[in-house]
Design a protein around this ligand. Structure first.
Ligand SMILES: NC(=O)c1ccc[n+]([C@@H]2O[C@H](COP(=O)([O-])OP(=O)(O)OC[C@H]3O[C@@H](n4cnc5c(N)ncnc54)[C@H](OP(=O)(O)O)[C@@H]3O)[C@@H](O)[C@H]2O)c1
Length: 342
């Protein structure tokens, strides 16, 4: 029997041990596999295209069945949930196939490369009776739950402004998924989805005005972007993205009485309340493994309850975030080779 981390919430021990099948055997597939040290569940199969790399991944993580044929994985009735962890441009096909095969699905962010494709994934979920969620793990972090409870309690007064940045110097290899237009590379889809999901959560998905400045990489995808949004009631968001700069990454929700700040917000482990620029309260929430465990516990509970959606990241949330992202991409005029002709 697998040993669990001792610091996980007691109620997680009551969750059923789901049998997971991974589609993709890269960096985030590894992180999700490690997060199962805190939540009941086992990875029983992994599927990717390259047989040697897939077998090596399976061996490294004690996964009994490495596969290169998705249909073979989906035909395995013992698999409860499929985790789609391929590049964004190739999320839709495994998501739809897994839902049609009756599996629950957790799909990496962004749900897909564009609004139309995102809607096709959600349609497949609606047509199924399975649980389905975009893996917006930030929303399940205790630091953000604390930040939101302080905001709801009125600790910062009336929310007026959101500022958030996220960026790191990405590999410049033109074939890397972050640089390759054919894999829907670029900052907006990879890290912009975090600032947009935060914006949608705090301010809503319906800004009246969206302005964008951006700079392409040598491969033509978006390497840096500054996004400004204004809502009809005067609330504003200022968002910065970069695949060039090593950004500090704090998100600040500011109101008429103070501000809530989460450093390195997408993986936040602490939250500060400030008034007149003085920190008056700080709480820390260290990850139990790597932070993904909170979303894994949430979707495991939903599967156990027979719920199709997970309250922290609903299908409507995914659609609003994808619509915002598409709106920004359309303003940029950024197109991928697989986009249909206009
Ligand atoms: N939640 C987070 O913190 C987080 C962090 C990183 C990434 N992500 C998301 O997770 C997804 C995967 O990112 P990653 O960094 O794990 O990528 P990665 O390390 O490049 O791994 C991608 C995996 O997908 C497989 N794959 C299947 N079809 C592919 C195709 N057409 N082209 C390339 N690879 C393909 C690759 O194996 P084969 O080549 O053998 O098929 C590989 O195992 C992305 O959507 C990304 O946004 C989330």
């Amino acid at each position: 029997m697998r040993s669990m981390t001792s610091n996980a919430p007691a109620e997680w021990a009551e969750l059923p041990p789901l049998r997971w099948g991974l589609v993709g055997a890269g960096g985030i597939a590894r992180s999700l596999t490690l997060s199962l040290a805190a939540v009941p569940g086992d990875v029983v199969a992994v599927c990717a295209r390259n047989p040697e790399r897939t077998a090596a991944f399976a061996e490294a993580h004690g996964i009994p069945t490495p596969l290169t044929d998705l249909d073979e994985m989906l035909a395995d009735d013992s698999i409860d949930i499929v985790y789609v962890a391929t590049p964004h441009s190739v999320h839709e096909e495994p998501v739809v196939a897994a839902l049609e095969a009756g599996k629950s699905v957790l799909c990496e962010k962004p749900l897909s490369h564009g609004l139309t494709s995102t809607l096709r994934c959600i349609d497949a979920a609606r047509a199924s009776s399975s649980t389905f969620m975009e893996a917006m793990w930030t929303r399940f972090l205790p630091a953000w739950r604390a930040a939101e409870s302080w905001i709801e309690a009125g600790d910062i007064g009336e929310v007026r402004t959101l500022t958030a940045s996220m960026g790191f110097p990405a590999p410049t290899d033109p074939t890397h998924r972050l640089m390759d237009p054919a894999l829907a590379g670029g900052a907006l889809l990879d890290i912009g989805v975090y600032v947009l999901a935060l914006t949608q959560r705090i301010l809503g998905g319906d800004p009246e005005d969206v302005q964008v400045l951006w700079e392409p990489t040598a491969t033509g995808v978006d390497g840096q972007a500054s996004i400004g949004m204004r809502w009809a009631d005067g609330r504003m968001a200022n968002l910065s993205l970069s695949l060039v700069s090593d950004m500090e990454g704090t998100a600040v929700v500011s109101g008429t009485e103070g501000a809530v700040a989460v450093p390195s917000f997408h993986r936040g482990e602490e939250v500060h309340l400030t008034r007149r620029r003085e920190v008056i309260r700080t709480e820390r929430f260290p990850h139990l493994v790597n932070g993904l465990e909170h979303q894994v516990a949430a979707i495991t509970a939903a599967v156990a309850d027979g719920a199709q959606e997970v309250a922290g990241m609903t299908w409507a949330d995914s659609i609003e975030v994808a619509a915002l992202s598409q709106r920004i991409r359309d303003r940029m005029g950024l197109r991928y080779p697989f986009d249909p002709p206009t």
